[in-house]
Design a protein around this ligand. Sequence first.
Ligand SMILES: NC(=O)c1ccc[n+]([C@@H]2O[C@H](COP(=O)([O-])OP(=O)(O)OC[C@H]3O[C@@H](n4cnc5c(N)ncnc54)[C@H](O)[C@@H]3O)[C@@H](O)[C@H]2O)c1
Ligand SMILES: O=c1ccn([C@@H]2O[C@H](COP(=O)(O)OP(=O)(O)O[C@H]3O[C@H](CO)[C@@H](O)[C@H](O)[C@H]3O)[C@@H](O)[C@H]2O)c(=O)[nH]1
Length: 463
Amino acid sequence: MNITKICCIGAGYVGGPTMAVIAKQCPDIQVTVVDLNESRINKWNDPNVENIPVYEPGLSGIVAEARGRNLFFTTEVDRAIKEADMIFISVNTPTKTYGAGKGQAADLKWIELCARQIARVSTSDKIVVEKSTLPVRTASTLKDILKHTGNNVKFQILSNPEFLAEGTAVDDLLTPDRVLIGGDQDAEGKQAIEALVNIYARWVPKERILTTNVWSSELSKLTANAFLAQRVSSINALSELCEFTEANIGEVARAIGTDSRIGPKFLKASVGFGGSCFQKDILNLVYIARSYGLNEVADYWEQVIIMNDHQKRRFANKIIKTLYNTVNGKKIAFLGWAFKKDTNDTRESAAIYVADHLLYEQAKIAVYDPKVSADQMYADLDYLNTRTVEENQLLVDVVQDPYEACQDAHAVAILTEWDEFKDYDWQKIYDAMLKPAHIFDGRNILDKGQLERIGFKVSAIGS
Ligand SMILES: NC(=O)c1ccc[n+]([C@@H]2O[C@H](COP(=O)([O-])OP(=O)(O)OC[C@H]3O[C@@H](n4cnc5c(N)ncnc54)[C@H](O)[C@@H]3O)[C@@H](O)[C@H]2O)c1
Ligand SMILES: O=c1ccn([C@@H]2O[C@H](COP(=O)(O)OP(=O)(O)O[C@H]3O[C@H](CO)[C@@H](O)[C@H](O)[C@H]3O)[C@@H](O)[C@H]2O)c(=O)[nH]1
């Protein structure tokens, strides 16, 4: 089957970069990304390509190359669906905030809306690709909705989960460790799988394109995130033990990471993992396991989240305890708000929860992040609903200059591992702070010895 027109529903952190890369690598395929959010689409179409809504190193160049040639962003959802041979569903699948499964299950209302819309407007056969992260067996729901259109249109459902990490999305998409495609194992299913394989094969070596049945593909995505997050919670659990035993978590990570069976990646102790995926996907896994009555399986994975919540809380408590058990009225400078470096995404960032805990103790916080807007930071805090919008505005100051954030502060807390933080003039920062001047390095990126020589009192994670 020859694909000439692709539609992607959802112009977010996955839909935008993924489709930009497909358009770049396949100039003969017309790729149209649609979204209900008009302001987001306008930003993707902004004449100044630096204003696109997702910050990712290298992304603006790719969008500049393909946009208007074979890459289009529009709110005309129906038209793009109707014209496409292949439709990627890349909409959000957050944790449910209401009803059965509240706080754990994935909210599939946007997925179902997409399926119903595809069913309503399609007049020709289509391959529908699950790009969103979904509970295992979602494809059967989609099939059910699409089967009952009554207009003789045939649909094939594929699962093609995305493994990109934010901050490295472009590299991950151009040189993925693997691409995973699940589909029905009958002749028509295999034909659909082949159509998608042929797209990726334009730039991904064939041996890196794995094909499976739909259910394995859906479950592999949740499993990959559970394993990755588990490594972070494992190293973070041991970071606490290090702090009581004079072992050093960096040394422990190096010692175990050189064992080729363990490997060196994802062993950085931190203030806790964030991002839109890990927590939601593990909670979803826990929910699915429990729904099959597999309580031990559910408890096992839930511990990864419990540990992560503990790590965030522990960091905030350490700041309070070190500042003589009270932060009331004390200025604390936050360097970083994004959930990791090289992204403007703040979803589930540890910074939000650490700030909330300190604000509960009536601290005053000044935040500097190179890519996150003040509006976003206030929105993150307001969303928690812990205090009024006015109180958040009063207690939190967002500044454009890191030195201003640290001026007259009792403590500096590193929440994101932005590279630029390492190169600051730390003597200048020290001179402008109240004494004793404390640093809480939640990412272990600063040179502890050098800071101590300047006069700082330094608390790092796991040492
Ligand atoms: N963010 C990541 O790094 C990442 C990586 C891999 C997989 N995923 C998964 O990909 C999916 C999308 O994640 P994201 O981070 O891009 O989300 P996002 O919130 O950034 O983007 C989703 C977009 O879909 C739009 N949308 C929702 N319903 C729609 C509809 N019916 N019609 C048109 N547009 C609609 C929303 O307006 C939003 O702009 C999720 O399932 C997520 O778990 C995310
Ligand atoms: O050693 C580590 C590695 C990561 N983190 C933290 O873990 C979180 C997640 O980081 P990362 O996985 O790099 O970013 P994401 O964009 O959330 O990507 C994850 O989630 C995506 C969405 O499902 C998947 O596609 C990716 O494969 C998966 O890595 C961040 O807060 C990191 O700071 C650590 O604390 N220590």
